[in-house]
Design a protein around this ligand. Sequence first.
Ligand code: FCB
Length: 462
Amino acid sequence: MTSDNSFLWGSATSAFQIEGSSQEAERGPSIWDAFCDIPGNIADGQTGQQTCDHVRRFRDDITLMKSLNLQAYRFSVSWPRVIPEGVGRINADGLDFYDRLVDELVAANIVPCLTLYHWDLPNALQKRLGGWEHPDTAKHFADYSTLIFDRLGDRVKHWFTINEPWCIAFGGYIGGNFAPGVQDRARGFQVGHQLLRAHALTVAAFRNHKHSDGAIGIGLNCDFMFPATDTSADRDAAQRAILDMAGWFGDPVWFGDYPKELRDAYGDILPTYSDEDQRLLKKSIDFIATNYYFSDIVRANPDAGPLAYERITYPDRPRTAMGWPIVPEGLESLLIWLSKRYGELPVYITENGIALPDETVEDGKVHDAERIEYIRTHFDAARRAMDAGVDLRGYFVWSLLDNFEWAHGFTKRFGLVHCDFETQERTIKDSGLWYADWIANGGWDANESPKPCCINTAGECQ
Ligand code: FCB
């Protein structure tokens, strides 16, 4: 994203998870508001109505970012705050909020990195059209995005269209644990398809825009998959598992279509693109953006679904409060895999972080040594990928603040900064202080070289 090859150390958030003020300033309801209203959907029965109250406290939050020495801040715009019904009437107060946020970030010398969609679809579009399943939603998204380019494109040069389309399609429509809570694979594929069309239309609009002097990409999440054994059956199965996640969205935005392995396995339930869609999709990213949290082990199993692979969780790794195994070398392998497959583009780690249990403030401090260890070992892994040739340009720790963690509500804390959701008091955790020092000292340059790892570039243990 940066034109001068400089590296950005940052942190990330998303609108629904931190903003609050859900009914103020005329924000329209999103599909996540509707999802939270259904008992049983959110672990603690909570909602995004207040969360970190960021809309009112954004200036203080920028002061916090300054104390963390952040060079960049990745945030998302809430589509229903800007266009309450998804189309039509623009909410001037909502748009003004983002205008002020960007102004203050620039004034604080923090590079604004803007995600256009982080899961909070205007509920009016869900009710009226059936949301992302309807092809018109993609067009409405491109129109909304153009409004944001018009208003903020003079100052924002770092853009992401959609955060984690895999989670939207899989979580929202196949697993059903995310809004809107459907469980139907064919519908999930249709949603994924329309999300990719929305991305392509938006990138085309961006590249024709007067403020096109920036860079744009899509935020892909991918767990890395290590083969269970060195047999070719398990190695191929691991590759299929990666394609099933990263390739489902990565291949279309680079090659213009889904991986052949997915087409062969899923057949007709995977939709097809028109020639025009393919033309717009091909090379529709200027960089690779990836979110990484953990990895799994994969075994070939002819009885395990159309792609004949089975995911097994690491039996012996420490786990985060999310239950995710801690596998830093998976980040190294993922970065190398993505970079090799997608044209050796510049790469950004747009999310990486850890939720820990029982984080409490004592004497104005939060001692989270495990978070420091998680971040440090993942920095090392990223550095090894750079040494192997990956053109890494930035690292965004998830998250700036403890926040509303989707279906987990407020039960999982990912922040570098602790948030007391009753009083809204913020406390910089030890990890935040450590990260501030890391950035002030120049990151890797001033710190010891990364420890060697046993993983080679194919993601195998040597
Ligand atoms: C990612 C999401 C982000 C946050 C982290 C923990 O999948 O993009 O909003 O919930 O997981």
